[in-house]
Ligand binder design. Structure first.
Ligand code: ADP
Ligand code: MG
Ligand code: ZN
Length: 469
């Protein structure tokens, strides 16, 4: 039988705040176990939470990234369940009045993936199960650190759509300074809800929820596995059980964690210790003004306003740093395509192996070199030598060009003499030129370059070839 695949996502991202969301403990990764704890985040009786304004603002920012409407009135609620990673026996989250409602992301295909909501909540601590004899270690450093949860509508039908969506979410959260989304540190996690229904049917099927997905690859693999698993059950006339399944990336399969029958009733209710949050229009306006332009908007601008190919736009926006660098260059020297070429071909190659890189030359200096090349004061080969020298010495391009004697203009007359020499020494060149000029132009230019130490102006050489040959 043929089926439609229906997928909805719940994405958690750790917010980039200095402190936790309901106390003033540090929010940092990798500290000594339980170093960042206090009575509030370890759930001591009588301890009272406060709310981190920055965390609320970052949640609003996330909403603005994805076109959500921002609630004027939001409420923190208690989600009750007992598990030792949660010392209070409840997680402070949001249910009825989340901070952000609606919104969505349009995929390249034009298909809109709608969001249901984005809410603010606290993370739980970390359990490390050692063995039955030794027991389990508890680290509450992560307990009480702020998370946003992005919940989508069940609008996805393929693993590719999910992959594109997750990459866009991650990119935007990083650009806007909301979250680092380091997947290997658990900074962004995704739960996948998936069901099948007979092709064309309007009724949604029974879904499973897969947890423990912390890389793009594992999300794709898990979806493909789960589609097959459900297909096989349905084809044999079986029923899908609504349950939570845990993805095992090493084994490449998922296992049942708990069925919905056993699932908790969370008994949500408004946290009486935390006042409702009121968000004014002027707060939202102020936060909007702090937002940088997002990668998708930048890509559009690069193509439409700067006339760059999509390919360039995609590479230049691959990180906010590169994109900001490029835009600063364009402000200094209005030649977007030339700048793009230098960055993509000559600068990115220098930092290829580095993850958090900084280009080894300032925007001003790079533009100075590009300008010299464009104004034909030096040619590209010399420009690259100059780039190398600026990086090594830190001196200004104009100063170095003089010091290194790079701005030697080879005169028209010298070029003509060289061309005539070549013509008289090598009759075959003239013959070939007469037959198929474009086949030998490269060779002739190369000859002149070789005999001028690469300092002749290639355009000028090309125009003089016609005169001589
Ligand atoms: P719960 O609160 O039980 O987790 P929600 O209604 O909040 O359930 O939905 C959680 C996620 O599951 C959402 O991303 C939603 O889009 C998705 N979802 C809901 N129903 C289905 C379905 N039948 N198939 C696939 N995904 C679904
Ligand atoms: Mg859920
Ligand atoms: Zn604390």
């Amino acid at each position: 039988m043929e089926y439609d695949v229906v997928i909805g996502l719940e994405i958690h991202a750790e917010l980039k705040t200095k402190t936790k969301v309901f106390c003033s403990c540090k929010n940092e990764f990798g500290a000594k176990p339980n170093a960042n704890t206090c009575p509030v985040c370890t759930g001591m009786p009588g301890a009272l939470p406060i709310i981190n304004r920055h965390a609320v603002e970052l949640c609003i920012k996330a909403g603005l990234c994805f076109g959500c409407s921002i609630s004027e009135y939001a409420v923190m609620e208690r989600k009750n369940y007992f598990y030792p990673d949660l010392a209070k026996a409840y997680q402070i989250s949001q249910m009825v009045h989340p901070i952000c409602i609606g919104g969505g992301i349009e995929l390249k295909s034009g298909k809109l993936m709608r969001l249901n909501r984005i809410h603010l909540e606290e993370d739980a601590g970390k359990l490390t199960h050692i063995s039955r004899a030794v027991g389990t270690l508890v680290d509450y450093n992560r307990g009480g650190t702020p998370l946003i949860e992005i919940v989508t509508e069940p609008d996805f039908s393929t693993a590719e759509e999910v992959d594109e969506f997750l990459k866009r979410v991650r990119e935007s959260l990083i650009y806007a300074g909301i979250a680092d989304c380091k997947m290997e540190e658990g900074g962004m996690r995704c739960d996948v809800n998936l069901s099948l229904k007979p092709k064309g049917s309007q009724v949604l099927g029974t879904r499973t929820e897969m947890k423990n997905l912390n890389s793009f690859k594992s999300v794709t693999r898990a979806i493909e596995y789960e589609i097959k698993r459900q297909e096989e059950i349905l084809d044999e006339g079986g029923k899908i059980i609504q349950e939570t399944r845990k993805w095992d990336d090493a084994k490449g399969k998922n296992l049942s964690m708990r069925t919905k029958e056993q699932a908790q009733d969370y008994r949500y209710f408004p946290d009486p210790d935390i006042l409702p949050i009121s968000i004014s229009k002027s707060d939202v306006e102020r936060i909007k003004e702090e937002m940088p332009m997002l990668p998708e908007d930048r890509r559009k601008r690069y193509v439409e306003e700067f006339g760059l190919p999509e390919y360039d736009a995609a590479i230049l926006t691959s990180s906010k740093y590169v994109s900001d660098y490029f835009e600063k260059c364009v402000k200094i020297f209005d030649s977007p395509k030339k700048i793009s070429n230098w960055i993509m071909v000559d600068l990115l190659k220098l930092v290829k192996e580095q993850e958090d890189f900084v280009f080894p030359i300032s925007e001003e200096d790079l533009c100075e070199i590009i300008k010299m090349v464009e104004e034909k004061i030096i040619n590209k080969t010399v420009g690259l030598q100059l780039l190398d020298a600026v990086i090594k010495t830190g001196k200004k391009p104009s100063v170095l060009a003089k010091e290194m004697n790079l701005i030697v203009t080879i005169s028209e007359k010298q070029i003509l003499l060289l061309l005539q020499k070549l013509k008289s020494e090598n009759a075959k060149v003239s013959e070939d030129y007469a037959k198929e000029p474009q086949k030998v132009v490269g060779f002739i230019v190369g000859y002149v370059m070789k005999n001028t130490a690469g300092k002749a102006n290639a355009e000028l050489v090309k125009s003089l070839i016609q005169k001589v040959f």
